[in-house]
Design a protein around this ligand. Sequence first.
Ligand SMILES: [Zn+2]
Length: 247
Amino acid sequence: MTGLEKFKYLIDNSFRIVGFTGAGISTESGISDYRSQGGIWEKFTPVYLSEFINDPEKRILYWQRKKALWESIKNAKPGMAHYFFEKLHRQGRLHGLITQNIDGLHEKSGLPPELIVNLHGTTLELVCLGCGVISDAHSVMDHLNPEEPPPCPLCDGLLKPNTISFGQQLVPADLKRAEVLARGCDLMIAAGSTLQVQPAATYPMIAREAGAQLVIITLSETPLDGYASMVFHEKLGTFLEKLERLS
Ligand SMILES: [Zn+2]
């Protein structure tokens, strides 16, 4: 069996697959890879949550960046990797999906939102820092003036995209859901993540230690390659095309 055939064999014999995805699966949809060389985070000084709340100038800067990001995200289409996981769901094999991405492309691919853990939140929603109500981002973002973002209609509080900012804790309920998924899967497929951001990157490890197979598909080497059952250092699109041809 070739490596690819072995991977297909694993998929065909797994019924509680969990996906773990990172920026690499969205670059083919035209979304920037934040953490890579020359990515958005290298060019800009981050705005911390405390600055967003307390410093009006930093808040404007934050909204200007989010508006620019929104333009690329709102029209982005899911790529092959997103549809790969959606297909696993239709086949009844997908137990859940944990993603580091904030672009909402897994939802757009048709994967039910209740199967998805957005560890770093999602740009498709806004959250009120006052009352905590979460709302759809489209109506606000499409007409946004970064210098005068609208307040929460319920409490007049500050609205913010529902993504995890610098200096902001990940949501405990999401961390818990991700851990439960990792412990309960029979195969974890980590795709397009460098597996370097903690605590996110611990989930493939948790899955492995709980007895699951772990397959890593990403362009560059990761710190968990030595723990994986199989590793493919390939461009995702090319890799999935080859896999498709086996089916
Ligand atoms: Zn509010």
